[in-house]
Each structure stands twice: as structure tokens, then as C-alpha cells.
Design a protein around this ligand. Structure first.
Ligand code: SF4
Ligand code: SF4
Length: 453
């Protein structure tokens, strides 16, 4: 099997009985699957904290990480191609929301989200194409190339007939609104942040940082960029922004998350190389690269290392931080010198974590940063995946599961506190909250910007 991802890191991963029953076909991809030692931890129905949203919902072992592995092993033992045609595996993989819960909680760190990408890419290579999948993969790039699509989305969201039509023709979930781009995207001509009067000496490498703006934030939440710049500037950093338009209209600069999630690995590598070439001068200087949207930024730290991008990608991964991780880290180092004040009529705060934030332990940073605001009353929502998970909640066949996942904690917490401010850094989760409860969640950067002295 010619694999699309680099699985060599799995050469010696795993504990105990891992690798005891590596399937005959698939080489190092088969090894990555075989790290599962069938402990069954991911299939304990009475374990409320069980990692996998599709298993939590269905209690069907075949919809758990371990169940998916069992199917894959059986099929990869038959021949190299059998796993691509099996309908049971196709369904089981389709219900994986790529939350990385297994990577975080399985004792052998099974990475089903990456396995799913290899599976999707192999399927495409074997001739299984889907126009909808291509549409979701290329969504941000299409919006850059054809801005009128934003208007079309707004019309579709308000027209019952168009919703039904898109459901019939493209299998898009007609019960939910699609995310609507802002009227003006973030670019160099976006109304700028406050001047940076407190900028520190640029010979101090820690004072000069790069804010990497992903396409979803630039297109849908451009004000979040301005808010992040205001906060970072107020704390004395010199911020260089790199955004999708940074290299002109011909090339959209982006992490490639939407492409990767749909298994378009070659296109993702193209995007990654473009991004690396733009970031090269900063990587060489060991500058910190800060991102706002968890799944977009964490690509650089995780998935890029499976794309054969060389040493530069390793260096980049080491210097990449989520906004909250960076602020928390700087706070601890005593370099984040801003005063945050409670506002008049401060409301209670609910915080919803993106699955990928949770997978890398970034919620600790969220807590640390929020504690910086005096007397703030905030609560983390106890929930698993919000159910939107990239395109999952927009797919007609997943409409019910998506809503049910949201009902497992998230919606109850929102309903119990209708006037609370919701902080959520994930693009998909914020969209789910808006679509199902008409509440506009804000990014931590926006919250901090509104609390600057
Ligand atoms: S995926 Fe992980 S938690 Fe689930 S059975 Fe395998 S080893 Fe155990
Ligand atoms: S990535 Fe998430 S949804 Fe997929 S198998 Fe792992 S825990 Fe389950």
C-alpha cells in the first residue's frame, strides 16, 4: 500500500501488547492501528467520561476507537484493498468526528483522527469521489476566489426552498444554517488595532511574535484578529500578522485544516509548503507563532509532522502556540504586563473547549488566563464534542447525531444560564452554539480586549 501520511513515528510507539497482532497488510499504517491493545477502556458504557463522542451516543462498540481498530485489523488481514470497500467500516469511520479524544485518553494514544485521514485519502485514490467532500475541503479557498458565495450562503440560510434543494443535491443538513462570512474579511486594509505605544525592544526575541491568522477567523470572525492584536500590543509585543492574503490574491495562505480533514493530503501539503515559505524568516529566528483557532493552529504542531515536510516543520511545531497557551506562558514568565479589569455589570462566563484544545491540555491555559481578571465568575462547560466537528454537523446523514452530541452537556449548560457570556475559541463549536441556540460565542482574545484597562 502506498501511504499518503508518514507513519514512521509509530515504529516504536505503544505499550504492553501493542504490535502483538499487526495485520498482514498496511506496514507502518497497520502498526499505527495496532497500538490498540484492546483494553476496552473506550467501550465502558458506565464510564461517563468515556472519550469517544460516537460511542457515548450509540454505546455501539463498533463506533468506539477500539471497535474501529477491530474492523480495520480484520480487513487489513484479508488484503490491501478490502478495507476500502467494506460498508460497516465506512459507516464506523464516517461517525468518527476526529475529536482526538482517543489520542489524548487511550492508554496507547491511538490516533483515529489521523487514521481516518489515511482511510479517506486511500478511498479517493481507489476512485471513491464525493463532490460534497471536495466542497467542504475547498470551502475557505472557494470563498476567497468567489466572494459572491458568501451572499449565496446567506440567501440559502434564509430560504426554505434552497435549504431543501441543497439537502437533496448536496446532502447538506437542511435543518442547520451554514456559517456566514463577515462582510469584510481580515486583510491588511482591515480597520487596525490601537497603536503599540508599549512596544518592547526588538532585540528581545520574545517581544516580536507572529500572529498567524487562519482562513476561518479571517473570513468569519475578523474582529477577533483585531482584538488579539489589541491585547498583544497592550502587553508590549511587536506583532507581525501573517494572514490568508499575505502573499497576494493568487495564493491563499492557510494551514490546510479543511483539506486535511477531508483526506486531501496532497493539497494540504501544498498549503503547508506555502505557509512554511512565508514563515521561514520567523522560523529561522525562533519567533513564536501564535494562532487563534485551535484545529487550524494545531495542524502545525501535529499533522504537519506526518506530511514529510522536513526539519523546518519540526522547528515550526516547537514554536507554535495557541493564543491562550502563549498568554498563560508569558504570564508565568512575568512578561505579560497588562492590567485586566472587571467591567461594570460583569456577567457570568461559560467556557466551552474545542476538542483539540482539550486534546493538547490547553484548557489549563484558558483557566489560568481567565483567573487574571479579578473576581470573575466563570465555569467550564462539562461536555464532549459539540457535534459540529468541522463538516460533520453540516452533513445531512449526521443531522440527528450532531444535535444529540450537542445535547450531551453543551446545550443544557447554555440553557441553564441564558444570560451568561459564552467564551469559545473553536470555529465549529461557536457555529454550533449560534445555530442551535442563537448565542454568539466570543473568543478569549475578544473577552480580554474588552477587559483591558
Ligand atoms: S483504542 Fe485505546 S482505549 Fe480503546 S481498546 Fe484500544 S487501547 Fe484500549
Ligand atoms: S477521534 Fe474522537 S470520534 Fe474519532 S475515534 Fe477518536 S475519540 Fe472517537
Amino acid at each position: 500500500m502506498k501511504k499518503v501520511l508518514d507513519w514512521s513515528a509509530y515504529y516504536d510507539q505503544g505499550l504492553g501488547d501493542a504490535y502483538a497482532d499487526i495485520p498482514k497488510h498496511g506496514e507502518d499504517f497497520a502498526k499505527a492501528i495496532s497500538v490498540c491493545i484492546r483494553s476496552g477502556v473506550c467501550q465502558e458504557a458506565d464510564n461517563r467520561g468515556v472519550m469517544c463522542p460516537s460511542f457515548r451516543l450509540s454505546e455501539d462498540p463498533l463506533l468506539s476507537p477500539g471497535g474501529r481498530v477491530t474492523l480495520l485489523k480484520q480487513l487489513l488481514n484479508q488484503d490491501e484493498q478490502a478495507f476500502l470497500a467494506d460498508p460497516q467500516l465506512a459507516e464506523s469511520i464516517a461517525q468518527c468526528v476526529s475529536c482526538k479524544g482517543c489520542k489524548r485518553e487511550c492508554e496507547n494514544n491511538l490516533d483515529m483522527a489521523a487514521i481516518k485521514v489515511e482511510y479517506l485519502a486511500q478511498k479517493r485514490r481507489a476512485g471513491h469521489h464525493s463532490f460534497r467532500s471536495w466542497l467542504f475541503a475547498e470551502f475557505p479557498y472557494l470563498l476567497y476566489e468567489f466572494p459572491f458565495l458568501g451572499r449565496l450562503i446567506r440567501i440559502r440560510n434564509r430560504s426554505k426552498i434552497l435549504r431543501i434543494l441543497a439537502g437533496k443535491l448536496l446532502a447538506i443538513n437542511e435543518t442547520i444554517a451554514l456559517p456566514e462570512p463577515a462582510l469584510k474579511k481580515y486583510a491588511d486594509d482591515y480597520p487596525q488595532q490601537q497603536s503599540n505605544e508599549k512596544a518592547r525592544d526588538l532585540t528581545d526575541n520574545d517581544a516580536c511574535i507572529v500572529l498567524l491568522v487562519d482562513s476561518f477567523t479571517a473570513l468569519f470572525n475578523p474582529n477577533t484578529v483585531t482584538d488579539a492584536l489589541n491585547v498583544l500590543n497592550a502587553a508590549g509585543y511587536q506583532v507581525i500578522t501573517v494572514h490568508p492574503d499575505s502573499s497576494g490574491p493568487e495564493k491563499v495562505i492557510d494551514s490546510g485544516r479543511s483539506l486535511f480533514s477531508q483526506g486531501y493530503v496532497e493539497r494540504t501539503s501544498e498549503q503547508a509548503k506555502n505557509l512554511l515559505s512565508i514563515l521561514r524568516p520567523h522560523i529561522t529566528l525562533n519567533r513564536k507563532i501564535i494562532g487563534l483557532e485551535p484545529s487550524a493552529l494545531l495542524m502545525l504542531r501535529d499533522e504537519y509532522l506526518m506530511l514529510n515536510l522536513g526539519e523546518e516543520a519540526v522547528l515550526l511545531a516547537k514554536n507554535t502556540y495557541l493564543f491562550e497557551e502563549f498568554v498563560a506562558r508569558e504570564q508565568v514568565a512575568g512578561r505579560f504586563k497588562v492590567t485586566l479589569n472587571t467591567t461594570a455589570n460583569e456577567k457570568r462566563i461559560l467556557v466551552h473547549g474545542h476538542c483539540h484544545q482539550k486534546a493538547v491540555g490547553a484548557m489549563k491555559s484558558m483557566r489560568k488566563v481567565l483567573r487574571r481578571v479579578p473576581n470573575l465568575s466563570f465555569q467550564f462547560i462539562e461536555a464532549s464534542c459539540c457535534g459540529m466537528a468541522g463538516s460533520f454537523g453540516l452533513e445531512a446523514e449526521h443531522a440527528t447525531q450532531s444535535k444529540q452530541m450537542a445535547e450531551q452537556g453543551l446545550l443544557q449548560a447554555l440553557d441553564a444560564d441564558p444570560s451568561a457570556v459564552v467564551i469559545c475559541n473553536g470555529f465549529s463549536c461557536s457555529h454550533q452554539i449560534l445555530a442551535l441556540r442563537q448565542r454568539k460565542a466570543i473568543h478569549l482574545a475578544t473577552f480580554l480586549a474588552s477587559h483591558l484597562q
